[in-house]
Structure formats: structure tokens, C-alpha cells
Design a protein around this ligand. Structure first.
Ligand code: PLP
Length: 391
């Protein structure tokens, strides 16, 4: 099948593999073993990677903590802040459309006496469907609010939230802001100063890097964010996250971000063009399609490679079975261990039927116009066939 599921994960860019290779057999030392050259060399590689990642997001090197991915980064950010700041208050503000890696840790804290406000974004009929209004955050913040967590870009409908405005509000109110930027880093400009985030999660495998490595940006200057560690041990990374550093992964993450940022402008234009081709091809051939998420014309409101739509009058499961020649996703692949209808599509007001008959395309770096043409044929053919069956 042709791969169109780049929000779930991406193929590792061969240039990233190239950069990682020496770390397996040559620079294989433990970066904490600074008594010899093997360790020294590995340490230098880690530091250079940290510098390069920091540069890509407007941070400084000492503000980057390496983790096993965005799930861990989100957990570390949320639990690390909430266990430190309990005295300040026990109220958290988030959005119903966050990834489970934010919603589920918050639910755990709810069981331990925290109060969580889950804001509802704009609904399906709105040209900015899925987007949060900064005023909603302003209105939700209370004297006992200790953390706001709002993602930068959504993994299902690609909506980009106005984080810079939300960051400004949080700053004025003295509340920390965490943003899950897993789908945004490398795809859309990210600068921690401009966004005003205090904590920010990201992951290598969403931007053509390896799986099992990610990072958390933790602000050092005004306010200096203090985190309670979640993993204790050898005291690596100033004790915030113990464990021998994943040198191959870190080098891969750094090269993945560097390439994505350097090529972002060109790549996002190319992806937007492919998406336009896909959507116009589909809407020309299939009646009764509903775009899920913000309008494709709303510039800056949606990730360039994202397309999500519902198909009227077909059964969702049958649709997936009949588009096997392309790899796409119905709902979130990240949570397809449970076959529940997507909580994101439900949260923007889609009916359960339309949610189930929705398809998500994540067009990526290695897709071509020929592949998009093929995808149009596959989907149009499947919908035709299924509708004839019930006619
Ligand atoms: N947050 C978002 C928005 C995601 O799309 C994903 C993807 O699964 C994650 C978090 C989890 O990332 P990871 O697979 O690196 O743990």
C-alpha cells in the first residue's frame, strides 16, 4: 500500500539514518563516561545535538531534556509541574481534543484531587473547526490555576491553535503553559519565545526521525520551571530524567529537526499542493464528503499535509476494508489499540456515524502527485462500490 499515515509516524529520512550510523559502531561511548575518549566523543555529539535542537525552536541548549518520545514528555511536563506546584493551586485548563498522552495523565491527577477544565473548541460547521479561542483560556483561568496545557497542532484534524495569544494570557496571569507540539515541530514555525510556552513536547518519529526518542523544552528564565522527575537513577540530565542517554536517537532527532526546519517552507508548499490535488480530486468524484477541521483556505490554521473528511452513506469499517491499497487512518492511529470513535471528531460535534466513516490522510515528505492520484482512485472506487451495495 501507498503510505499516507504521516501523522501516525514517518519513514526515517535516509539522511537521518546516515547521521546516526557512526553512533552505533564508532562513537558508541556512554556520554556520562567522561574519563576517556569514547565517553568524551559521545558527550560532544549529545551537546552538539542539543545545540542544534535548541536553535531550531528558539531555546537554549540547557533547556532541552531528552525523553523516549512525546508521551513521556507530556507525562513529565504535567506530572513534573503538578507535583511541584500543588501548594499554588490544583486547577488545570486543557482542551477536549488533546492527545491521550495529555488527557490521560490529567485524568490521573483528577483522581488525586486536581480539578481539570476541558475546554471545547469551535464546532464542525465553523470554518475554524477545532480551534480554541484564546478568550476561552482567559475566562477559564482562576486564582488556583497552576497549569494550562494546549497542543500546538492537532494530530487528527491538523488545526493549529493560537498558542502565542494563549501564551500571552498565561504570562499575564502567572500560569505555566505546556504545549504538545509533537505534530508541529518541523512542520510549522516554532519559537518558544514567540509562543510564550514554558514547557513544550516533541518527538522524532513524527518528523522523519527514529522512534523512541523525543524531547521536552523546559523554560529556564523567568519563570524558571522546576520539575519533579518521573524517572530516578543515575542523575543524568541534571537529575530531571535519569538513564543512559540514547545517543543514536538524540543524533537522529537533531538531524531530523535540522532538515525539517531548513526545508520547511518548500516542503509545506509542496504538501499543501498535494493536499489540494487530493481534496479536489475526491470532491469531484464523490458526493457527500464533509471536511473535518478548519477550512483548507484558512491559511496558518491547519498543517499543510493534513486532510480529514467524513464520507456520508458508507459504513466506516467497510470503507477502511476497501481502501487497503493506501495506508490511511480512521480516527487516531496512536490510540487504535482501542477501536473507539475518535474523541477529537466527536468533540467538534460530528455524529458517531460520520466519525466512524472518516478518513485521515497525513501527506508527507515522500509522497508524489502520482500517489495522490492513485489515492483518489482508490477512495472513489471504494465509495462507489459500497454505495452501490446499499442502493
Ligand atoms: N502527542 C501528539 C499530538 C501525537 O500526535 C502523538 C503521536 O502519537 C503523541 C503525543 C505521542 O508521541 P510518541 O509516539 O512520541 O510518544
Amino acid at each position: 500500500p501507498i503510505y499516507f499515515d504521516n501523522h501516525a509516524t514517518t519513514q526515517v529520512d535516509p539522511r537521518v539514518v546516515e547521521a546516526m550510523l557512526p553512533t552505533f559502531t564508532q562513537v558508541f561511548g556512554n556520554p556520562s563516561s567522561v574519563g576517556h575518549l569514547y565517553g568524551e566523543e559521545a558527550k560532544q555529539l549529545v551537546e552538539a545535538s542539543q545545540q542544534s535542537i535548541a536553535l531550531a525552536i528558539g531555546a537554549s541548549a540547557s533547556e532541552i531534556v531528552f525523553t523516549s518520545g512525546a508521551t513521556e514528555s507530556n507525562n513529565l511536563a504535567i506530572s513534573g509541574v503538578l507535583s511541584q506546584r500543588r501548594r499554588r493551586g490544583n486547577h488545570v485548563v486543557t482542551v477536549t481534543t488533546e492527545h491521550k498522552a495529555v488527557l490521560d495523565p490529567l485524568e490521573q491527577w483528577e483522581h488525586h484531587g486536581f480539578e481539570i477544565t476541558r475546554l471545547s473548541p469551535r464546532q464542525a460547521s465553523d470554518p475554524l473547526a477545532g480551534m480554541l479561542d484564546p478568550d476561552q483560556v482567559r475566562d477559564a483561568i482562576r486564582p488556583d490555576t497552576t497549569l494550562v496545557s494546549v497542543m500546538l497542532a492537532n494530530n487528527e484534524i491538523g488545526v493549529i491553535h493560537p498558542i502565542a495569544e494563549i501564551g500571552q494570557i498565561c504570562k499575564e496571569q502567572g500560569v505555566l503553559l505546556h504545549s504538545d507540539a509533537t505534530q508541529a515541530v518541523g512542520k510549522t514555525p516554532v519559537d518558544v519565545e514567540r509562543l510564550g510556552v514554558d514547557l513544550m513536547s516533541f518527538s522524532a518519529h513524527k518528523m522523519y526521525g527514529p522512534k523512541g526518542v523525543g524531547g521536552l523544552y523546559v523554560r529556564k528564565s523567568a519563570p524558571r520551571v522546576r520539575l519533579q522527575p518521573a524517572i530516578f537513577g543515575g542523575g543524568q540530565q541534571r537529575g530531571i530524567r535519569s538513564g543512559t542517554l540514547n545517543v543514536p536517537g538524540i543524533v537522529g532527532l537533531a538531524e531530523a529537526i535540522r532538515l525539517s526546519v531548513a526545508e520547511m517552507e518548500e516542503e509545506s508548499q509542496r504538501l499543501a499542493q498535494l493536499r489540494k490535488q487530493l481534496w479536489s480530486g475526491l470532491t469531484e468524484r464523490i458526493a457527500g464528503l464533509h471536511l473535518n477541521g478548519p477550512s483548507l483556505e484558512a491559511t496558518g490554521a491547519r498543517l499543510a499535509g493534513n486532510l480529514n473528511f467524513a464520507v456520508e452513506q458508507v459504513d466506516g469499517e467497510a470503507l477502511m476494508m476497501n481502501v487497503r491499497e493506501i495506508a490511511v487512518s480512521s480516527g487516531s492511529a496512536c490510540t487504535s489499540a482501542n477501536p473507539q470513535p475518535s474523541h477529537v471528531l466527536r468533540a467538534i460535534g460530528l455524529s458517531e456515524d460520520l466519525t466512524r466513516s472518516s478518513l485521515r490522510f497525513g501527506i508527507g515528505r515522500f509522497n508524489t502527485p502520482q500517489e495522490v492520484e492513485f489515492a483518489v482512485d482508490v477512495v472513489a472506487g471504494a465509495v462507489d462500490k459500497l454505495r452501490k451495495l446499499i442502493a
